[in-house]
Ligand binder design. Structure first.
Ligand code: FCA
Length: 336
């Protein structure tokens, strides 16, 4: 299925669920209906990344014959309400990408009170001391490695273009409170430094929100501080962060000739790569949202159905650089 059709279908089913979510019973059936029900809760349903996870979780639900309940949980209150709704519908567990890792203990306490099993995806829970809750199963991308790959690809493209490193700078848009984001960006900066790039030309700026507007604001505040930079390399934890950075450089008159941005997620960059003219967004690292979506819910299913405990940590390492030249073919390889 083409990515656009797949995402549109997922978004529509997601919306139907959301708009009707007032009544768990009318929506998902009651407790005495014996179809197995499992939830898939995501923090940012507007990101194609999460829509792709949902689509592949849906595929698993068809292959394995259970009912998938997709829910958007953009904040803590919605997350805890969603768990109540799931329990009332008779669901036996859920996969979650939490809107805030610090909600981990509250989510686990509520899930436990209803006897629901929990598998986390993408973002790891933190306990009250701010330490990872390693006892909760987690499926996530190899954050540091993918970050390093981002750094290496940026340097490779910069060298290919023969840029003078003395007037080139790195804009690294950070979100350090999210562990996976911190590890990706740190990995990227490490790789750039190791290539011999001047450390004093690497500038970090935190984003307030993990979306394009947040990253755009962060990037704007950085750009005004360095008016003499002639070329920018843009680092960020995902496509939207890097897209925000690229949009900010465009506002200052930069373009595809003097900006190289490489995102992470891939599926969130399709519209940008499909534009008729190239932009400063050179490409994106496409990991495996399909694997995350399928494997996480499959492991939950086996846990609920057959008592097989999931692995505590599944790290997904596959990643491919997609650019304007190869993105269609690479997405097609994954069935997107
Ligand atoms: C985090 C990011 C998402 C995606 C995911 C794998 O949750 O916010 O965009 O990169 O990790």
């Amino acid at each position: 299925m083409k990515l656009k059709t797949l995402l549109a279908t997922t978004a529509l089913t997601g919306l139907t669920l959301l708009s009707a979510s007032a009544s768990a019973f009318s929506l998902f059936g009651s407790d005495d209906d014996d179809t197995l029900k499992l939830g898939y809760l995501v923090k940012q349903p507007e990101e194609p990344w999460f829509q792709t996870e949902w689509a592949f979780a849906e595929k698993a639900s068809k292959d394995l014959d259970f009912k998938l309940i997709k829910m958007a949980v953009p904040d803590g209150e919605k997350t805890l309400n969603a768990i109540d709704t799931l329990a009332a519908s008779g669901a036996k567990g859920f996969v979650i990408c939490t809107p805030d890792p610090k909600l981990g203990p509250a989510i686990m306490a509520k899930a436990k009170s209803y006897g629901l099993k929990v598998v986390t995806v993408d973002d790891q829970f933190l306990n009250a001391k701010g330490k990872p809750m390693k006892q909760v199963p987690l499926v996530m991308m190899a954050a540091s490695e993918i970050g390093q790959r981002q750094g290496n690809e940026l340097v490779k493209e910069m060298k290919k273009r023969g840029w003078d490193q003395s007037n080139t700078a790195v804009m690294a848009i950070t979100a350090d409170e999210l562990d996976t984001a911190r590890r990706r960006v740190d990995g990227s900066i490490k790789a750039i430094k190791e290539s011999g790039f001047p450390a004093e030309n690497i500038h970090r700026v935190p984003t307030k929100t993990n979306d394009i507007p947040g990253a755009l604001d962060a990037a704007n505040s950085l750009l005004v501080q360095y008016p003499n930079v002639k070329q920018w390399l843009i680092v960020g934890m995902n496509d939207n962060t890097v897209l925000g950075g690229v949009r900010a450089t465009e506002g200052q008159g930069f373009n595809a000739q003097n900006v190289i941005g490489i995102g992470i997620n891939g599926v969130d960059a399709v519209n940008e790569l499909a534009k008729s003219k190239p932009t400063g967004f050179y490409g994106s690292l496409l990991p495996s949202p399909d694997v995350h979506g399928y494997k996480s819910i499959e492991s939950l299913y086996k846990w609920v159905k057959d008592g097989v405990e999931p692995k505590k940590f599944v790290e997904v390492t596959d990643v491919v650089l997609i650019t304007r030249d190869n993105y269609k073919a690479e997405l097609a390889k994954k069935g997107l």
